[in-house]
Write a protein that binds this ligand. Structure first.
Ligand SMILES: Nc1ncnc2c1ncn2[C@@H]1O[C@H](COP(=O)(O)OP(=O)(O)OP(=O)(O)O)[C@@H](O)[C@H]1O
Ligand SMILES: [Mg+2]
Length: 373
């Protein structure tokens, strides 16, 4: 009979215009990041997710995860949320909507509040990786106002914003060879992104991304390698926003990656360790680099991987593995439903009770009376 599923999203737009086309240019004099909003979804992605859920017999309700969300969710009783919200602002923005959902006792797909906040804070996530023995590049964090001189990191290094995703702030200039370059790039991150700069040792080598679905017995999607061989200098070796937009055809994405069984195992093992280290749930994508000695390093984990059909890495990997977009979306939902069931909850009944219009009216009446008393 299906569930009423809230498809929760943040739309990519600036003054009503899709900003994908203008996000690759970069003007050194700008004070605004050219790629702001890059992590948000397009309308077509939201509709594709909703359609996949509808085809499976659910009743999708699309709700924007913005400032109006709290009121909107009260007017749209849902059984469970399919969470795609990247959040509007703040360094823990991906955890805002899930926090509200938890307060209202509404179940949702994917990782929880703490995992979402941690993964968006790359230095915090790296500390968790180090604690759990997950290899990650050596790093240092530079706060605005702190000089980046005196680093003991080995050059070249890579400079990126501490709290962004979707390759925001990542350009060929992010790779720095000396302290002069380093100071310039750190200043760029401070000026444009108004946040700490994360500086890592640059891992020169192949790049892979590993998709994970599930919880207790997670499954891996076919591993994807980013094929830098065809892209021109200075873009080689850097999976930037520009790379994603300009070189989106299949020849730039080797999937399944041309690797032997041992390397495939090593990549899956480190990806799953990262997924576990942050207590991720249902779905995730782990970005990994391998140096010339074959040592693998986790760059980051994406607990809200992009779901743009035919464009984002996860749907591409699923397709190669014979999993349609329909199945991918519904598998994520099923993992969440199973997870709640395993915890012995009756989430759907409870969520409906909280949103029973009568109850809300009753409570408001009570509050009005108690205030005037
Ligand atoms: N330490 C590093 N060494 C080499 N390359 C790096 C390093 N850090 C980042 N990169 C390059 O920059 C890209 C983006 O970095 P990262 O994955 O950390 O950022 P992101 O914006 O969160 O990515 P996503 O788009 O997957 O959300 C990587 O895919 C990789 O190509
Ligand atoms: Mg990444």
């Amino acid at each position: 009979m299906g569930y009423t599923v809230g498809v929760l999203y943040n739309l990519r737009r600036r003054n009503g215009v899709d900003i994908a086309e203008d996000s690759s240019g970069f003007d050194e004099e700008d004070d605004e990041p050219p790629d702001s909003g890059a992590e948000y979804d397009s309308e077509s992605t939201v509709l594709a997710v909703a359609e996949a859920l509808r085809e499976a017999g659910h009743r999708p309700v699309c709700i924007e995860g913005d400032e109006t969300f709290f009121e909107a969710i009260k007017n749209h009783p849902i059984d469970i949320a399919f969470n795609m919200c990247e959040g509007l602002r703040g360094e823990s923005r991906e955890s805002h909507i899930p926090s509200v959902l938890e307060m209202l006792d509404i179940p949702y797909t994917g990782s929880g509040v703490l995992s979402l906040a941690l993964s968006l804070d790359k230095p915090a996530a790296k500390k968790m990786f180090v604690y759990h023995g997950v290899n990650t590049p050596r790093f240092q964090v530079f706060s605005p106002g702190v000089s980046p001189f005196g680093t003991d990191l080995r050059f070249p290094c890579f400079v990126k914003p501490a709290h962004e995703g979707s390759s925001m702030g990542v350009t060929p200039s992010s790779k720095v060879y000396d302290e002069v370059d380093l100071a310039r790039e750190v200043a760029r991150i401070h000026r444009l992104y108004k946040q700490e700069a994360l500086v890592e040792e640059y891992i020169d080598g192949r790049e892979f991304t590993v998709g994970i679905l599930g919880n207790e017995e997670p499954r891996f999607l076919p591993i994807m390698e980013i094929n830098f061989s065809k892209c021109p200098e200075p873009h080689k070796g850097i999976y930037s926003r520009l790379f994603k937009e300009q070189w989106s055809d299949d020849s730039y994405y080797l999937c399944p990656a041309p690797i032997d069984g041992d390397l495939a195992e090593a990549l899956k093992t480190i990806a799953l360790s990262a997924f576990r280290a942050l207590d991720c749930r249902d779905v995730g994508r782990v970005d990994i680099r391998m140096d010339c000695d074959g040592v693998v390093y986790v760059l980051e984990i994406n607990p809200l991987p992009g779901l743009a059909p035919g464009f984002s890495d996860l749907p591409r990997m699923a397709e190669v593995g014979g999993m349609s977009y329909f199945t991918l979306v519904n598998t994520i939902l099923e993992h969440a439903i199973e997870r709640y069931a395993r915890m012995g909850r009756e989430p759907f009944v409870r969520a409906r009770r909280v949103f029973d219009a009568g109850l809300i009216a009753e409570r408001m009446e009570f509050e009005a009376v108690s205030k005037s008393a």
